[in-house]
Design a binder for this molecule. Structure first.
Ligand SMILES: Cc1cc2nc3c(=O)[nH]c(=O)nc-3n(C[C@H](O)[C@H](O)[C@H](O)COP(=O)(O)OP(=O)(O)OC[C@H]3O[C@@H](n4cnc5c(N)ncnc54)[C@H](O)[C@@H]3O)c2cc1C
Length: 450
């Protein structure tokens, strides 16, 4: 297969890293298509507030798997040791910007950045034709989708159109999340995970001094990293079943710090997932996912401390409950919910609801024009768990006919059905690197197993 020109749709972390690695491997020229005004930062590193910190330490946030100290060195050079440990996400966005600019400058003419929305891909005998919303068409040998997560669904029980203006915030990172709120107001956040933490910090930073109530089915808050936890290594992969994983974790957490027990699974996670039978994957998602998420994706200690301070002051309440419905009450909303482990229905009068339920991956429910077009063409299908785009272990998309394509690939969180652990930088950087090497025919040069 010829890969002289690769079109990458989506210029967030995943797409940018793929483009950077294509150039680093002296691979095909690339066109990076991004619909937002800003390339490289994506959702995570663009709309952040200075209080939003990375949840991975700087020394593990290099964008380049073959140069683990790259980010830490950049940080030292640009900020002279003033930022230690968990850097602000905005600073990480600056790093990605700088990396892209430097790569383009080093290989003039090999990478074109196009600001436009891609709405379709039409496979022809000789090339792939990407249609942009502005009417332009880009022909490439290979197309790589890097669209990021799908936005959260509107939670069941909420009809935003029935509520007064400003009562429902679908975008948790929107700049004016605290606009119009008074200290007497109550804000309901749906979700209690990392997105809720972002929302609470944002409301606090924007001067909201009223009460925040955060609800999710289990009411679990992300744990924090701890200093001085020694790095350990597991001797073998746990049994690839939901119960096998749970037992292995419990046993090790009885022997070493639970954080180390979770972290030492990292080299095995993708292979455990790959070896899990489909019913086991279902079981994991249904029973363990929420627990996995709060132990695996941890907060910087200072962030968790701020959340605790807000809780102790009564400004943030976190609970386990199921939302039943939300009804307009003048400029407010009357919310009904059922607390977990109870039958009683409780009512809460709030000024605003913020959707903090986190990203989605169900391709069959997406409103994204490009993804809908590709599903309609039979070029993409949902993975069996409906958590993303169905791909092979080589990130080739699998069409409705079950056949893998070497001309249409996908990278990033939407490939979680195949890899599960493909959300954070350390995993995506490796995927982008490997795909770039294969497209550059560089895989035989060495460096496998990063
Ligand atoms: C709030 C947040 C904080 C995070 N913090 C951390 C952290 O601290 N540490 C860590 O390791 N990981 C973190 N992550 C996870 C990880 O870094 C991100 O998931 C990762 O950045 C994903 O990048 P992406 O490029 O796949 O997706 P995105 O960043 O969402 O980028 C996708 C891009 O594609 C564009 N796009 C989509 N469709 C089209 C189209 N049809 N045409 C043109 N453009 C299109 C979008 O505009 C977007 O810019 C965080 C994630 C989030 C959401």
């Amino acid at each position: 297969m010829r890969h002289d020109h690769v079109a990458i749709i989506g210029g967030g972390f995943s797409g940018t890293l793929l483009a950077v690695n294509l150039l680093r491997h002296d691979g095909p020229r690339a066109t990076l298509i991004e619909r937002r005004p800003h390339t490289a930062r994506g959702v995570a590193y663009a709309a952040a507030h200075p209080d939003h910190l990375l949840n991975v330490r700087a020394d593990n946030m290099s964008a380049l798997p073959d140069d683990p100290g790259h980010f830490a060195r950049w940080l030292e050079t640009t900020h002279g040791g003033r930022i230690k440990g968990f850097a602000p996400r905005l600073v990480y966005g600056d790093y990605l910007d700088a990396l892209l600019a430097e790569t383009i400058a080093r290989a003039p003419g090999r990478l074109r950045v196009v600001q436009a929305e891609a709405i379709d891909v039409d496979p022809q005998a000789t090339d792939m034709r990407v249609t942009l919303a502005n009417g332009e068409m880009i022909a490439a040998d290979t197309v790589v989708l890097a669209p990021g997560n799908l936005p959260p669904h509107t939670p069941a029980g909420i009809d935003p159109a029935s509520l007064a203006d400003g009562c429902y915030a679908a975008d948790p990172w929107s700049a004016d999340i605290a606009a119009g709120l008074t200290p007497d107001d109550v804000v309901l956040v749906l979700g209690t995970g990392l997105t809720m933490v972002d929302i609470a910090l944002l409301l606090d930073a924007q001067g909201f001094s009223g009460r925040i109530v955060a609800l999710s089915r289990r009411g679990l808050l992300p744990h924090a990293h701890a200093d001085g936890v020694p790095k350990t290594q597991r001797a073998e992969r746990p049994e690839p079943t939901a119960i096998g994983l749970l037992q292995a974790l419990r046993t090790r957490a009885g022997e070493i710090d639970w954080r180390a027990a979770v972290d030492e699974l990292r080299p095995y996670t993708q292979s455990i997932w790959g070896a899990m039978a489909l019913p086991e994957r279902h079981r994991f998602l249904r029973h363990l996912r929420a627990w996995w998420d709060v132990h695996r994706h941890r907060l910087a200690p200072s962030v968790r401390q701020r959340i605790e301070t807000m809780r102790e002051a009564g400004r943030l309440q976190v609970g386990a409950a199921k939302l039943i419905d939300a009804e307009r009450d003048g400029a407010h909303i009357r919310v009904r919910y059922r607390p977990r482990h109870g039958d009683a229905i409780e009512t809460l009068r709030v000024r605003r609801i913020v959707n903090g339920t986190g990203p989605q991956g169900d391709l069959t429910a997406t409103q994204e024009p490009l993804l809908r077009a590709l599903v309609t063409r039979g070029l993409l299908r949902a993975d069996p768990l409906r958590i993303g785009i169905d791909v092979t272990q080589d990130s080739q998309t699998i069409g409705a006919d079950g056949v893998a394509s070497d001309r249409l690939l996908a990278v990033g969180p939407m490939t979680r059905g195949a890899f599960w652990e493909i959300v954070a930088v350390p995993d995506i950087r490796r995927q982008a690197w490997s795909v770039a090497r294969r497209l550059s025919n560089a895989q035989w040069v060495g460096g496998e197993g990063l």
